[in-house]
Design a protein around this ligand. Structure first.
Ligand code: HEM
Length: 167
């Protein structure tokens, strides 16, 4: 399954959403603007943006919630090892309160994987981030992380966009 992501102003992304009623676009917002995401389609509708292979998926993405994406640059030679680690992951994130969805997205171009998570609220994510389960799922990483690449992972956080009924 493929997944597609692009960014832009929310008005621009809403326009795209209206143009393609048959595609289920998920719209998200943060301080930098908007992000649109869809999956399970062969149709590429974004001019710019990124295409991924969905390597792993659990949970259904909801219309409401808080999204945290961990963007992890991984060099070509480290990709198999990185994916292997995910195949042997703890699978405990799914048991956490407020968990809604998880995706491991492999880039078709470039080196930056996206670990997509969706939560009921910011507090649900923070609770997981501070938990023993998070620590367990990420242990031994200090030693292995530099092997991925020398670029640092970075987080993208956003809220699911909810149409204002007054508009
Ligand atoms: C920046 C440092 C981080 C790196 C390099 C990293 C990398 C990894 C790797 C390689 C795994 C597979 C398990 C393992 O090998 O231990 C994993 C698990 C996971 N990571 Fe991270 N991660 C980091 C921080 C985060 C953050 C901030 C999030 C928030 C979205 C996140 C989301 C996840 C999820 C959902 C799993 C699966 C956990 C489970 O199965 O219970 N990671 N991570």
């Amino acid at each position: 399954m493929k997944a597609y992501m692009t960014s832009g102003t929310i008005d621009y992304l809403k326009g795209i959403d209206q143009e393609y009623p048959d595609l289920h676009l998920y719209l998200m917002t943060n301080s930098e603007g908007g992000i649109a995401y869809y999956e399970n389609s062969e149709k590429k509708i974004f001019n710019a943006g990124r295409v991924f292979e969905v390597v792993m998926q659990t949970g259904e993405i909801q219309e409401e919630g808080y999204v945290v994406m961990n963007n992890i640059p991984v060099s070509d030679e480290s990709k198999p090892g990185f994916e292997h680690r995910f195949k042997n992951r703890r699978n405990t994130v799914e048991t956490m309160p407020g968990f809604q969805a998880f995706r491991l997205l492999k880039p078709l171009q470039g080196n930056t994987y996206v670990v997509f998570t969706q939560w009921g609220s910011v507090a649900d994510f923070d609770n997981w981030k501070d938990s023993e389960q998070f620590k367990e799922a990420h242990k031994n990483q200090q030693a292995k992380q530099p092997a991925y690449t020398n670029e640092r992972p970075f987080l993208t956080t956003c809220n699911m966009y909810i149409e204002d009924e007054d508009e």
